[in-house]
Design a protein around this ligand. Structure first.
Ligand code: NDP
Length: 617
């Protein structure tokens, strides 16, 4: 049974007046339609036979001699993780930090993703790292890509990270030399150098993927992935200059995730004809971007301001999710889409009499809050999109956090343009690419250019995505060590891999609503640990077996999993595949990100580095 296109609100059916059971049925139906046996295997990498399309379109690769020296710290990845770690190390007096990145400059995701309209929809005040340290005032509540990329360069300059950096360089091997207590690093540029410490922080979404549909290599027109935008073909630039190369072109966009939501409005303005191929609609809420006022900023930017904002965001976002008894509303400094969601949950719980704030009733309140939000998001589609059939197809039928929530004030509006056509595939996706176009539901759409907004690898093994497989003590490979699931202490240290830091989300804070916070916090721990080793003239550290085992036991017993198998498939839930035994290790600290950050702050302040073993000296 399907719900009517325009939702009926039948009084008395739920606390929020929405038919909860009908929604559950519709959500399950839509999910089942999209489940497929091949999961992640449906995709192909933008590599190998597509290597030409994977090359850097933004900066030419400069020739250089291979490097064969020794540095104190090598960090793999020049995005927010590498920059924040590099900055904290510089502050701690460690100056010979070498950041290595396959890109031509710092920036990570913001280096590659320069598609028109790129911006961040987590508030800049908490998303952009080291604002206080650099003195940069974000120009908008949600900064655009070029400003974020410039900020990355600012951090690189301010902390002296350029001098030692190796760009357009991919690490191909990483081996621990026990005798010298050094990591030996090999790269695709012939480098072979050593480092006392290594950090790995390549981000969760750095390997672009394409739909592995038949004919994908056959297209004779022009094509590119959104993370390799070809401005030479489209005209324009990342700052919003018109894409005048597309004026007479027929363009297909494949995918309707967070990236497409941002670039479709720009393409719609400039293409001759635009065909947007949709498998699953995104939820697109109001964005409400605005400039940040200099006077206002000067007033709030008192010492310690960014940490206060970060703490406030974390508290607002997850407080109620972890402790539903906490219905009091803390001040919400950030006021973005994420904290709005938490605010609504809190209001619903506050309306429940205290004796009813338990178990099933709370889960139902969460569901009702979600139903109300998603109903409003669907109603927004009707309010914005003039053609009722197109509007019906643009409506998302799943709970809001099943997929990356999107926020935009021009995406839905784009479908009112006569040149912009939604090709909805009813959950099936495009079938085939031909020499001349894209096929969906048996019909070919001839186009001049295909833009793949098809996302990035996620559920594959860490070492597979990294492109190298660290060999720790006695040659133990990280892939072998994690064959039955990831094992770390605090998500940062791994037994058998001395002097190695894993700067990532899992088994730590796992704060997915604002990824840079995870890195900012990890950077402090990295700097404190390195300083400790250097100050005491030690050689190496690694986690104790007992401490790591206890951490894993805690996570497995009570950790918070990422994504729900009940959701519509996507990278949040491993494409809807049943979670295997390894999945239970992909969790965050059970008491939440805020509690994790406090715990690590205390750990650093104690200066005893409990759980780590130090050798040498
Ligand atoms: P996503 O993985 O979110 O989206 C990929 C899209 O491709 C989906 O719509 C997917 O459909 C679609 N797709 C895949 N295969 C096919 C097919 N055969 N036919 C038709 N469609 C297909 O990638 P994005 O690049 O959009 O976003 C990745 C992440 O990057 C986001 O989730 C977010 O975390 C981050 N991001 C953040 C932004 C921000 O801050 N504003 C902006 C952009 C990205 P289906 O949903 O059915 O799988």
């Amino acid at each position: 049974m399907c719900l009517a296109t325009r939702e009926e609100v039948r009084p008395g059916m739920t606390d929020t007046g929405i038919d909860r059971d009908a929604l559950r049925r519709r959500y399950a139906e839509e999910r089942d339609k999209r489940l497929r046996a091949d999961g992640n295997a449906q995709y192909v990498r933008l590599a190998d036979r597509f290597a030409e399309a994977a090359r850097d379109p933004y900066l030419p690769m400069a020739e250089r001699e291979p490097v064969r020296d020794d540095v104190t710290f090598a960090f793999i990845g020049g995005g927010f993780a590498g920059l924040t770690v590099g900055a904290r190390l510089a502050e701690a007096g460690v100056r010979d930090v070498r950041i290595i990145d396959k890109a031509g400059d710092f920036g990570g995701t913001w280096y590659w993703n320069r598609y028109p309209g790129a911006m961040c929809d987590t508030a800049s005040m908490v998303y952009m790292p080291l604002l206080e340290e650099t003195g940069h005032r974000p120009t908008e509540k949600y900064a655009h890509g070029p400003e974020i990329l410039a900020h990355c360069r600012r951090i690189g300059e301010q902390y002296g990270l350029y001098g030692n950096a190796l760009f357009h360089t991919e690490v191909t091997s990483l081996e621990w030399d026990e005798v010298r207590a050094r990591w030996v690093i090999g790269t695709d540029r012939g480098d072979r150098f050593t480092a006392r410490f290594v950090g790995m922080g390549t981000g969760p979404l750095h390997v672009a993927k394409l739909p592995g549909v038949p004919g994908i290599a056959d297209f004779a027109g022009h094509w590119f992935h959104t993370s390799r935008w070809d401005y030479a073909y489209t005209g324009g630039d990342p700052s919003g200059a018109p894409l005048d190369g597309l004026a007479d072109r027929r363009v297909a966009v494949i995918g309707t995730g967070a990236t497409a939501v941002q670039c479709v409005p720009e393409l719609a303005k400039h293409c001759g004809e635009l065909y947007v191929f949709q498998r699953t609609p995104s939820s697109v809420d109001v964005r409400g971007n605005r400039p940040l006022d200099a006077g206002w900023f000067a007033g709030i930017a008192t010492p310690g301001w960014q940490q206060r904002w970060l703490d406030n965001f974390t508290e607002n976002w997850e407080g109620v999710l972890l402790d539903p008894a906490r219905t009091a509303q803390p001040d919400d400094l950030v006021q973005d889409g994420w904290t709005d969601l938490a605010r609504r949950l809190r209001a619903l719980l506050a309306a429940l009499p205290p004796e009813e704030r338990t178990g099933a009733r709370i889960l139902r309140a969460f569901e009702d809050a979600d139903n109300a939000k998603m109903t409003a998001i669907r109603a927004r589609v009707d309010a914005v999109v003039r053609d009722p059939e197109t509007a019906a197809r643009l409506k998302p039928w799943y709970r809001q956090l099943c997929k990356r929530p999107c926020f935009h004030d021009a995406y839905l509006q784009a479908f009112n343009r006569p040149n912009t056509h939604l090709v909805d595939t009813d959950g099936k996706g495009v079938e085939r690419i031909t020499e001349t176009g894209v096929v969906a539901a048996g019909r070919e759409y001839p186009v001049d250019c295909i833009v793949y907004a098809s996302g990035f690898e996620f559920g594959t093994d860490y070492t597979e995505r990294a492109g190298y497989d660290p060999a720790g003590r006695d040659g133990l490979r990280l892939s072998a060590y994690w064959a039955d699931g990831m094992r770390t202490l605090y998500g940062l240290f791994a037994r058998g891999f001395p002097n190695l830091f894993l700067v990532q989300l899992g088994q730590g804070a796992n704060l997915v609503s604002n990824v840079p916070t995870n890195y900012a916090e990890a950077a402090k721990t990295v700097a404190a640990t390195v300083r400790h080793v250097l100050d005491r003239g030690l050689a190496a550290f690694e986690p104790d077996q007992a401490a790591q085992d206890a951490w894993i036991d805690l996570l497995v017993a009570r950790g918070r999993p990422f994504g729900s198998p009940d959701c519509t498939p996507g990278y949040y839930n491993n494409e809807g595949q049943a979670p295997g035994p390894r999945q239970r290790f992909n969790v965050g600290y059970p008491d939440g990100a805020g509690a994790f950050f406090v715990m690590m702050e205390r750990w650093r302040a104690a200066g005893t580095f409990d759980g780590l073993t130090f050798t040498g000296g």
